[in-house]
Design a binder for this molecule. Structure first.
Ligand code: OFO
Length: 183
């Protein structure tokens, strides 16, 4: 009896995305190690926490494939790429990588819609919201570094930014969670 509820193209797309999330975790991990090495412990703490979030995303894909009777294919994770050149560069790279990940998630939305696989469509909506949050988080990082002077940020401004990020919560506030009382 065939208990697999995923089409081959969707199973492949979900497995590929599972690996993408593991790759994203490695990217944040490498940036965190870079920041720590440069003495930015607050930034490193934020990035280490975020690396964990990406691994959680990986697990969500893995569990979903299993629960739909599909085959999980654990494969090589690509290298994270070169270290950032500066804090400004690091935050710009974070934003770029999140936007690229959003595009990958949207492709799965598209495929599930084409196939009328409503279970996968429903599952992937969690990630649509999550990517809005991640892009907001990355935009917040860019706003902070811009205030600190962008590529020309001096040591004092970076010190303040570093302290701030160590205490910054993991989740960004979304537009749909705001109100007149709490803009
Ligand atoms: Fe997995 O959310 Fe960022 O990339």
């Amino acid at each position: 009896m065939n208990t697999n509820r995923l089409s081959d193209p969707l199973a492949k797309a979900l497995n590929d995305q599972m690996t993408n999330e593991a790759h994203n975790a490695q990217i944040y991990l490498s940036y965190a190690a870079w920041a720590s090495d440069k003495g930015y412990e607050g930034i490193a703490n934020f990035l280490f926490r975020h690396s964990n979030e990406e691994r959680n995303h990986m697990m969500k894909f893995l569990e979903y494939i299993l629960k739909r009777g599909g085959k999980v294919v654990v494969t090589t994770i690509p290298e994270p790429g070169p270290d950032p050149a500066s804090v400004n560069d690091c935050f710009e790279k974070v934003f770029k990588s999140e936007v690229e990940n959003t595009a990958k998630i949207y492709k799965i939305v598209d495929l599930s819609l084409q196939e009328k696989d409503w279970a996968t469509w429903n599952f992937i909506q969690w990630f649509v919201k999550e990517q809005t949050e991640e892009e907001t988080m990355a935009l917040d990082l860019l706003a902070k570094i811009k205030k600190a002077g962008g590529a020309k940020a001096n040591a004092d401004a970076l010190y303040t930014l570093d302290n701030d990020l160590g205490k910054t919560p993991d989740d960004a506030v979304l537009a749909q969670d705001t109100s007149v009382e709490n803009p």
